[in-house]
Design a protein around this ligand. Structure first.
Ligand code: ZN
Length: 555
């Protein structure tokens, strides 16, 4: 008897210790997960349906229901075990699982997209080819199969098939078969939406996209998307980007942007469009370099997000997108850029304002404004269409892009940013913006430089911003106070310094000077002392926003 009691006491003690250790470990993990979740500042994305009539509301509702299906398909595309893991987490009552679920939803799976897909739930590694291919298939096996079965090449390399094992063999399965149940349902919602769509071009797109879900042929619906006209509801839904496929960047991920066009901004763009030739004329470069044959590039639409789904929602949020990717459609109709105004506003509030508060001269904080931020983004996009494009070097016809090689995107992004400022001062002179906008524009830009270079300057936008910051600092347009560790704009010098830099970049482009571009990058795109000091200060801030959609509470 005694023995038994003693025995059970010791078991009791062992169990107690084990559960204490487990609880401690869980508490640690929950803390770690919370820190990860806190990298994303939640913000409500409103759905203002007051601009819509009753029929349009039905259109939005049905597209939203189709978009939810894109969430589900992308979850499966990202990782074959995702649906199973999600169900497991959703059915669990443990505090740890609940916390895990929160981050799982942000990341669309158990892998941390901010840390090179390192697992935060379980220990399995993410397959490079996501769930597009058998997890154990190598690139070599894929190409060997095509070499031995050339008649299957088209199906295997299609963006819209998954590859599966079939006994000893490999086979390509069209999305329309593999996700038949999901895509049939999504097509039904799009057809219902089309019934309520009074805009003929939108109706056409919704119907042809519904057909594409079942036929697996997306060409016609991509063409119809480019033809959307006078539509208030701007939507894109389907398989597009190939980045989730890290094995061979070949398979497209499902996503949706459901948005409503922004009237004010669209009007502003129409005004800019009228000034395009004046702006080219006004550029601070030599007359013989002027280029009046551009500006007809891709149309720009400004819209407010109602809901996003799938690929685009996983991890970091995008501020704009440029589609379609089908080269045949791009050749026939160009591409369309959609800028997401309320996402810009969300990032402005949750990221830019806190950055400004940490690094700007306190006297100048009052000039930080959303207009300063967004109007610069708009003019940045317009400015890509200004300046040299096709050029002649030593009597040879060529393009800036070809001559500048790997330096091109850094120089081009830098050009668009500096001309964004330069052209906006021109718009002030033309009376499009009030005089007071001048200070807002420069100061807000200075803060936004640090939003771009916060995570490094190796990427094109970051490098372009570093060039502007370091150049203007050297010329006295910007000032850094090492004592307060804060920066400011010197209003009396900044315009001339910016003009000078704009001229240098435009000449590099017009001459197709690869050496000039390299020199500019080497001299100014580095991490200078003030950049490292200020970047360090920003480490406490969130990395991105986490959209919380109002429409999800409605339907
Ligand atoms: Zn750009």
């Amino acid at each position: 008897m005694k023995k038994i009691v003693l025995f059970s006491i010791s078991i009791f003690i062992v169990m107690q210790t084990a559960s204490c250790i487990k609880n401690d470990k869980d508490r640690e993990t929950i803390k770690m997960l919370q820190a990860k979740i806190d990298q994303f500042a939640p913000i409500e994305i409103k759905y203002d349906d007051s601009v819509l009539d009753e029929r349009q509301k039905e259109v939005v509702k049905n597209i939203y229901l189709a978009a939810k299906i894109m969430d589900d398909i992308f979850l499966d595309q990202a990782y074959g075990k995702n649906r199973e893991l999600l169900a497991k987490l959703q059915n669990s009552t443990s505090a740890l699982d609940k916390k895990t679920l929160e981050y799982f939803k942000i990341m669309f799976g158990p892998f941390d997209r901010l840390e090179d897909d390192k697992p935060f739930y379980g220990t399995a590694e993410k397959p490079h080819g996501a769930s597009y291919y058998p997890a154990d298939m190598t690139k070599e096996e894929f190409s060997t199969w095509i070499k031995n079965n050339p008649e299957q090449e088209k199906a295997f390399t299609s963006e819209f098939t998954v590859i599966r094992r079939d006994g000893e063999n490999l086979k390509a399965v069209p999305y329309s078969d593999y996700y038949k149940a999901e895509l049939t349902k999504a097509a039904e919602y799009l057809r219902t939406a089309a019934e309520y769509a009074d805009n003929a071009s939108l109706k056409k797109y919704l119907l042809s996209r519904a057909d594409a879900f079942l036929s697996n042929d997306y060409y016609q619906s991509d063409m119809d998307w480019m033809d959307l006209k006078d539509n208030l509801i701007e939507v894109v839904i389907g398989p597009y980007e190939v980045y989730e496929d890290k094995l061979r960047n070949g398979k497209a991920a499902f996503e949706c942007f459901l948005t409503i066009k922004d009237k004010d901004a669209s009007e502003k763009l129409a005004i800019f469009a009228k000034f395009l030739d004046d702006m080219e004329n006004n550029l601070p470069n030599p007359k013989e370099h002027k280029n009046f044959s551009r500006g007809k590039s891709s149309p720009i639409v400004v819209a407010n997000v109602v809901f996003t789904a799938g690929d685009t929602k996983a991890g970091v949020q995008t501020l704009a997108f440029n589609l379609p990717n089908d080269e045949r459609v791009r050749e026939a109709k160009g591409s369309k850029k959609v800028m997401l105004k309320n996402f810009n506003e969300a990032k402005y509030k949750k990221m830019l304002v806190p950055i400004a508060e940490l690094i700007l001269d306190e006297e100048q904080l009052k000039y930080v404004s959303f207009d300063g931020f967004f109007n610069h983004t708009l003019m940045h996009e317009m400015s890509h269409g200004l300046g040299p494009g096709n050029i002649t070097v030593n009597g040879r016809s060529t393009e800036v892009r070809k001559e500048l090689k790997e330096t091109y995107s850094k120089i081009e992004e830098c050009k668009a940013d500096i001309l964004g400022l330069y052209n906006n001062t021109f718009m002030i002179k033309k009376g499009v913006y009030p005089e007071t906008f001048d200070k807002e524009m420069w100061v807000t830009f200075l803060a936004s430089v640090f939003r771009s270079i916060r995570f490094g300057i190796s990427e094109a936008h970051g490098a372009g911003n570093a060039i502007i910051y370091n150049y203007l600092l050297e010329k006295g347009g910007f000032g850094y106070n090492a004592e307060t560790q804060r920066v400011k704009v010197n209003f009396d010098k900044v315009y001339d310094a910016a003009k000078d830099l704009a001229n240098k970049l435009l000449v590099i482009q017009a001459e197709g000077s690869y050496e000039g571009a390299k020199e500019m990058i080497e001299k100014f795109a580095g991490e200078t002392e003030s950049i490292s000091v200020l970047r360090k200060k920003l480490e406490v801030l969130p990395v991105d926003i986490k959209p919380v959609y109002a429409i999800e509470k409605m339907y």
